[in-house]
Design a protein around this ligand. Structure first.
Ligand code: KG4
Ligand code: ZN
Length: 399
């Protein structure tokens, strides 16, 4: 097949993004308009504001992506857009625009699951580097602000399918980073700040016990009723059942968030947090020096200890799953995959296990549209086009 140029559009959360990718293997352009400044005063994403910002940004962002790729509306081969999961209003902006484009241009329209996009961000960049030999079985950890999922990824011909073998029971890992940062007066989004500050604290200062998952997930119970009896007295991450069940590797991050809150209370950190919050709010774009100038040793130690505990849990559960499923290739992707300590720890511990691990570059770890255009390519080849009446799927499941 000759070169296929797909225009990808992503608007599921707080980034309006468009990109052109050639045949799922070369990122020709990648434009991301971040809404961080809009949501920062609220300490998190405000859905109504997100939709409004997407409406404002989508036309110029798409135009810029085409211009940077040296393409026009007429010379692209298909339009791909995120269908879900995400915020309803935000998704609808991208979907409506993509539909209008595809209809007017008489080009195929492709609907993409955002989580599949994160997985294909890694595959796109590996192909771009010339690495086309992917060894199966493949395990993918998708770890972001809204998701913490482990998927077994399979490829049959050009088509991909996924089996979820673990997910968070409560908060996503990125959500925990964001909530803890907010709690400590460090602003939004929390992940990048915690990442940078952690280097300056002692990660052994505060001991956070590993998360305990006491009960089998309700969804697991529905699918595998025999597991209820077998696991009634069992706790821990690995749940084994009868012949129809597969081990699950679930996560839980609301406990650590509460543990940080307790620590803040017992150590009387409220006044220091309050003055930090006010000082940082007065700076338009705080730099690392500004954060450091407003953090005492106690705060830095707490941040570093929190990050160490998060990284330890994500890495140990993922590598346990990799051993259990005899995995040949590990992919780690999503916003939290940008975290330096997470990358270093995965690289070190996967190497000890003799397991190759791949991450996206930092710009492709967080939300972008190149990943959507890349994930759309196999669907283009298989002619899996979306009907014009498809809609947003807020809780879309990856299968
Ligand atoms: O993938 P993403 O851009 O959006 C979602 O699909 O959710 O991920 C955003 C999340 C936020 O929670 C943000 O705090 C986190 O990724 N994040 C990080 C880092 N950069 C972004 N978490 C830890 N360390 C980072 N360097
Ligand atoms: Zn994402």
């Amino acid at each position: 097949m000759s070169s296929i140029f797909i225009l990808g559009i992503e608007s599921s959360c707080d980034e309006t993004a468009a990109a052109v990718v050639r045949s799922g293997e070369q990122m020709v352009s990648n434009v991301v308009a971040s809404q961080i400044a809009t949501h920062q005063p609220y300490g998190g994403v405000v859905p109504e504001l997100a939709s409004r910002e997407h409406l404002r940004a989508i036309v110029p962002v798409v135009r810029q992506a085409l211009a940077e790729a040296g393409k026009t509306f007429e010379t692209i081969d298909a339009v791909a857009v995120t269908q879900g999961p995400g915020l309803a209003g935000a998704l609808l902006v991208g979907i409506s625009y993509a539909k209008a484009l595809a209809f007017a241009l008489e080009k195929p329209l492709i609907a993409v699951n955002h989580l599949e996009g994160h997985i294909h961000a890694v595959l796109l960049e590996e192909r771009q580097k010339g690495n086309r030999e992917l060894q199966f079985p493949v395990l993918a950890l998708v770890v972001s602000g809204g998701h913490t999922h482990l998927y077994l990824a399979e490829q049959t011909g050009e088509s991909w399918s996924y089996e979820n073998i673990g997910h968070t029971r409560d908060d996503a890992a990125g959500e925990a980073f964001d909530k803890v940062a907010k709690l400590l007066g460090l602003g939004y989004p929390g992940g990048p700040v915690v990442d940078r500050l952690s280097k300056y604290g002692d990660p052994r200062a505060v001991n956070f016990p590993p998360s305990q998952i006491k009960h089998p997930d309700r969804r697991t119970l529905k699918r595998y009723p025999t597991l209820v009896a077998k696991n009634a007295t069992k706790s821990g991450a690995t749940e084994r059942g009868g012949s129809d069940s597969r081990p699950k590797f679930d996560f839980s991050y609301s406990g650590i968030k509460t543990a940080v809150l307790r620590y803040v209370e017992t150590q009387n950190m409220a006044a220091a947090i309050d003055s930090r919050r006010r000082a940082l709010a007065a700076i338009t774009k705080p730099k690392l020096e500004d954060y450091l100038a407003n953090c005492d040793k106690q705060a830095l130690d707490l941040v570093a200890s929190f990050q160490r505990a998060m990284v330890g849990d994500l890495v140990s559960k993922t590598l346990l799953a990799a051993r259990e499923y005899d995995i040949a290739t590990l992919l780690v992707t999503g916003g939290v995959a940008a975290n330096a300590e997470l990358r270093e720890t995965f690289e070190r511990e996967s190497a000890e296990q003799g397991l190759p691990v791949f991450f996206p570059s930092r710009p492709l770890s967080t939300d972008n549209a190149a990943m959507i255009a890349a994930a759309a390519y196999p669907k283009f080849v298989a002619r899996q086009f979306a009907p014009m009446d498809f809609s947003a799927e807020v809780g879309m499941v990856l299968k």
